[in-house]
Design a protein around this ligand. Structure first.
Ligand SMILES: Nc1nc2c(ncn2[C@@H]2O[C@H](COP(=O)(O)OP(=O)(O)OP(=O)(O)O)[C@@H](O)[C@H]2O)c(=O)[nH]1
Ligand SMILES: [Mg+2]
Length: 332
């Protein structure tokens, strides 16, 4: 199963206490204070790694604790710091402190790290408190407090292009036709249960990533079907390819376009501000019809591109790629 959110508990280390100690030397009855400082407590960090793809491992391990700092010792010996704790997550993971709706961090690069719980400071040993008026201080700091909290992690895929459409529209077939991805394809709805990614490689080492997400149905924005769980992946894409199956006769293509667009809008109005290309699909088994013309003119009138394709018969794919590349033209 594809797990793209997780809830975990983190706790940093307490600071080690400073030591109260006095030098004991032969023939020196009153040695000065020599209590060392305590070590700082370990920090907890969340770190992005490009080798990871899911948050699945957090199903099995939810608690992450850094070590406490060691107390200071006599002879001015400081206690060692507690070991830091590193939590590894896939690129595209957002971190939420429990209860907040805004993320505190968004890890979008390999090795990017974020401090989620700071270790307590080490306490000062009594040697630090020696002064002209107090030659034998018995005072030392206790170690600083640690932090503990619940975090929510959410993984949003980082794709450039998102494929949306009703179940069976042909999204996975298109991903398979354009990339080396091998998604499951079948003639029943909800074949795709979790997002598939594929890479389209172009000239001069350019490339873009396409995300094929599960099909959307009416009410998806509020959880119907596979629901809104995967719409968040579309929020980050630069371009949306909206597939409308021209061979489906249960409603008109334009009705289906509007139904899905309404779901996108209800989920997040910003989705409708993204560049979109509308794709009439399965043209190998459909004739050019009035209904298709109705869809095409609707799209073109409002300034969207409309293209006809058959992913199965590899028709119309070059014009499609050309259009998609045009959105990435300014990139290196
Ligand atoms: N004739 C024809 N059939 C197609 C074409 N594209 C997809 N199909 C068929 O349509 C059915 C659904 O294709 P998928 O690619 O699995 O559709 P999907 O949009 O990914 O579906 P979900 O994952 O369920 O949302 C399969 O039986 C495909 O073989 C096409 O261009 N022409
Ligand atoms: Mg699919």
């Amino acid at each position: 199963m594809f797990v793209d959110s997780a809830r975990i508990f983190v706790r940093s280390g307490r600071g080690g206490a400073g030591a109260v100690s006095f030098r004991r030397e032969k023939y020196v009855p009153k040695g000065g204070p020599d209590g060392g400082d305590g070590g700082r407590g370990g920090n907890v960090y969340v770190v992005a790694r490009h080798t990871l793809r899911t948050l699945l491992s957090f199903k099995y391990k939810r608690r992450f604790e850094a070590q406490n700092g060691t107390p200071g010792m006599g002879a001015l010996k400081s206690g060692p710091a507690g070991k830091d704790c590193f939590i590894y997550v896939p690129i595209g993971t957002q971190i939420f402190i429990d209860g907040n709706s805004e993320p505190v961090a968004d890890l979008v690069e390999h090795k990017q790290k974020f401090l989620v719980a700071k270790g307590g400071q080490g306490g000062r040993g009594n040697a630090r408190f020696k002064s002209a008026t107090n030659q034998a201080p018995r005072r030392a700091d206790r170690g600083g407090d640690n932090e503990e909290k619940w975090l929510n992690l959410e993984l949003k895929l980082l794709a450039d292009v998102g494929l949306v459409g009703m179940p069976n529209a042909g999204k996975s077939t298109l991903l398979a036709a354009l990339t080396r991805a091998k998604p499951k394809i079948a003639a029943y709805p909800f074949t795709t249960l979790s997002p598939n990614l594929g890479v389209v490689e172009g000239e001069r080492h350019r490339s873009f990533v396409i995300a094929d997400i599960p099909g959307l149905i009416e009410g998806a924005h509020s959880g119907s079907g596979l629901g809104d769980e995967f719409l968040k992946h579309v929020e980050r894409t630069r371009v949306i390819l909206h597939l409308v199956d021209l061979s489906d006769e249960t409603s008109t293509p334009l009705q289906r376009l509007k139904l899905i667009e309404n779901e996108l809008f209800m989920y997040n109005p910003k989705l409708m501000e993204k560049p979109r290309v509308i794709l009439g699909t399965k043209i190998d088994i459909t004739e050019n019809s009035d209904k298709e013309e109705e869809l095409r003119s609707f799209c073109v009138d409002r300034g969207d591109s409309y293209l006809r394709i058959s992913a199965a018969a590899h028709k119309g794919l070059n014009p499609l790629l050309k259009t998609v590349w045009s959105y990435f033209r300014d990139d290196q």
